[in-house]
Design a protein around this ligand. Structure first.
Ligand code: BDP
Length: 334
């Protein structure tokens, strides 16, 4: 502790000396930075734990050059807003689902295509490899530096009306989706009415019947208490959308190469931690919702849902021919 204080004092002395004696422009070492991290989830959630770990480990490994705080529960704003704020450097980092990122970063749309990944392990492999690299480049071009891709499992439908076993069961249903035209197309392809809406508004909307259903992974279904107001949970697993631990490029560009290396490393550690905790939380969340009277069914005929998505793929590829290779890279991977 005493060493940190001493180091901070000497940094301060150096900063003052540079300001007084010279141009007023301080290069390295920068005086201590305080970061703000955005998170949509409640504090007791795998994403939240991994983000808190990230921030405290960054502070520790940079010996106090960088400190900061993660703001949970979306208090710094909705996801689409927070993405913009992070691009602008007003927010320094966040964990964003790639789902609502499509507007800002077209490459991310590829992982919002229904059934594109064959499973979670494959998603990890591809996101840690070529697909993640291509998406990372897209993010960087739009002002975001990807430090790792967290797990968000597979998303399934839930609603207050009936179990869903076939695409026709979605027909006529009002379903909340994340803000992205792709998800609107996905629901419409099954004859449902899609309502894009902020995450924080879904509970009330389900409760009052503004929407009949929504779709998400089991930890989000559980942590938001949506299971209390939408008791049919149908395991369609139609979307596997990773989440990005992303930094503002504006913040990133102001860091020394030494601190950038530390942050890359801590990003990897926090990603590994999140993925491990995620797997545990999925099990715990399923148990909790089942024991509270939720009616859970496994969708046996996923092929029927996949077939219903043909028009979504056709439209996407027609509108984004430049992303065909990336789509095929994932679609054709083992
Ligand atoms: C959760 C994601 C979160 C999204 C939310 C949603 O972790 O980033 O905002 O779904 O449906 O699974 O909006």
């Amino acid at each position: 502790m005493a060493t940190i204080i001493k180091r901070r004092l000497s940094q301060l002395a150096l900063a003052v000396a540079l300001c007084v004696g010279g141009t007023g422009v301080i290069s390295t070492p920068a005086s201590a930075e305080t970061w703000r991290g955005w998170n949509i989830h409640v504090a007791e959630y795998p994403v939240s734990h991994a983000m808190d770990f990230f921030m405290s480990r960054v502070a520790e490994k940079t010996e106090g050059r960088i400190t900061g705080k993660v703001f949970h529960s979306g208090v710094l704003g909705d996801q689409p807003d927070a993405i913009e704020q992070t691009r602008l450097g007003v927010i320094n980092f966040g964990v964003f689902s790639l789902g609502p990122m499509g507007q800002a970063v077209p490459e991310t749309n590829v992982v919002s295509l229904p059934f594109i990944f064959k499973g979670i392990d494959q998603m990890h492999r591809l996101m840690d490899g070529e697909a993640g690299e291509a998406i990372g480049k897209g993010l960087e071009a739009k002002g975001l530096v990807a430090l790792g891709f967290y797990d968000a499992g597979a998303r399934s439908f839930y609603n207050s009306k009936r179990p869903i076993n076939a695409p026709s069961d979605v027909s006529g249903m009002k379903v909340r989706v994340m803000s992205n035209d792709l998800f609107v197309g996905m629901i419409e392809a099954m004859g449902g009415n899609a309502t894009p809406m902020a995450f924080g508004e879904v509970y009330q909307s389900l409760k009052t019947g503004v929407v009949d259903g929504a779709e998400n992974n089991s930890p989000s279904y559980e942590s938001t208490n949506h299971y209390e107001v939408a008791k049919y949970f149908s395991l369609s697993e139609h979307l596997i959308i990773p989440e990005c631990l992303c930094m503002s490029k504006k913040t990133w560009d102001g860091l020394s190469p030494e601190d950038q290396a530390i942050i890359r490393e801590v990003g990897k550690e926090s990603t590994a931690m999140q993925r491990a905790e995620w797997a545990e939380r999925e099990k715990a969340s399923m148990e909790k919702v089942k024991s509270s009277g939720t009616v859970v069914n496994t969708v046996e005929d996923k092929a029927a849902f996949q077939a219903a998505m043909a028009s979504v793929y056709d439209k996407f590829l027609a509108d984004n021919p430049e992303l065909t290779d990336l789509v095929n890279l994932i679609r054709n991977a083992d």
